[in-house]
Design a protein around this ligand. Structure first.
Ligand code: CDP
Length: 230
């Protein structure tokens, strides 16, 4: 069957990765979480003193060090993708609230985006890939055969993220998460380089009131339609 590129974009914490991962497993495609890449760059900044006392990014230093940042993925237990930063597994570390609260300004830097987009395009050159993020359908793969734009209300998204963190045994405050979700949406939508927006040809999915199973079925149907028309 013809292989296509599937781009899944949308607001923070709306379950993009869960749906993208499930779909990729089901159809035997590679899954790439582009957000994990921006999170890994953020972790690198935290570990290497690239945030100043006011939490501003030391841009010039980061720019000089971009060549030292290597990001890759490998499959871990149960086929779950793990993010590697310079060879080290950082999958858990990049999901903390601290990284979440610092990632959007890092992801707004043009030189960071150029480097990540190049890597993402390389990963998708043979197609057969599902990638999720903010700019996959608009900037990374504008020619993707299937584009989905996912959204849900901010409260519902914060609630999901809250339950996810609790399930992992992390301390979490709903208010703090809601604030983080809204703040990231604001920065992601208003940045100058590749702001978060729905591509004109993306299908809109509001999953506020959908179960994971319903969402999965909807996505599989869209995939089949896209393959039939590719
Ligand atoms: O999982 P969640 O939706 O909360 O976030 P994520 O996908 O892990 O992405 C973390 C952050 O990285 C986002 O809030 C964006 O600021 C940035 N990002 C981006 O700018 N472009 C992408 N393609 C993916 C993520």
């Amino acid at each position: 069957m013809k292989k296509i590129i599937i781009a899944i974009d949308g607001f923070s914490s709306c379950g993009k990765s869960t749906m993208a991962k499930d779909l990729a497993r089901e159809i035997g495609y590679i899954y790439i979480d582009s957000g994990a890449m921006y999170r890994a760059v953020t972790l690198y900044c935290m570990e290497n003193g690239l945030f100043d006392a006011e939490n501003r990014i030391r841009e010039e230093e980061l720019k000089e060090q971009m060549n030292h940042i290597q990001i890759a993925f490998r499959l871990g237990e149960k086929g779950r993708p793990r993010t590697l930063l310079n060879g080290k597994d950082v999958e858990e570390q990049i999901r903390t609230m601290e990284v979440s609260s610092r990632v959007s300004p890092v992801a707004a830097l043009g030189f960071v985006r150029t480097a990540m987009v190049r890597l993402q395009q390389e990963m998708g050159k043979d197609k057969g890939i599902v990638m999720d993020g903010r700019d996959i359908g608009t900037a990374v793969f504008p020619e993707a055969e299937l584009k989905i734009f996912v959204t849900a209300s901010a409260e519902i998204r914060a609630q999901r993220r809250y339950e996810e963190l609790l399930a992992k045994g992390e301390k979490a405050s709903f208010e703090e998460i809601l604030h983080n979700v809204e703040e990231r949406d604001r920065i992601d939508q208003s940045r100058a380089v590749s702001p978060l927006r729905k591509a004109d040809d993306a299908l809109l999915l509001d999953n506020s009131h959908m179960t994971i199973a319903e969402q999965k079925e909807w996505l599989l149907t869209q995939y089949q339609n896209a393959v039939n028309h590719a």
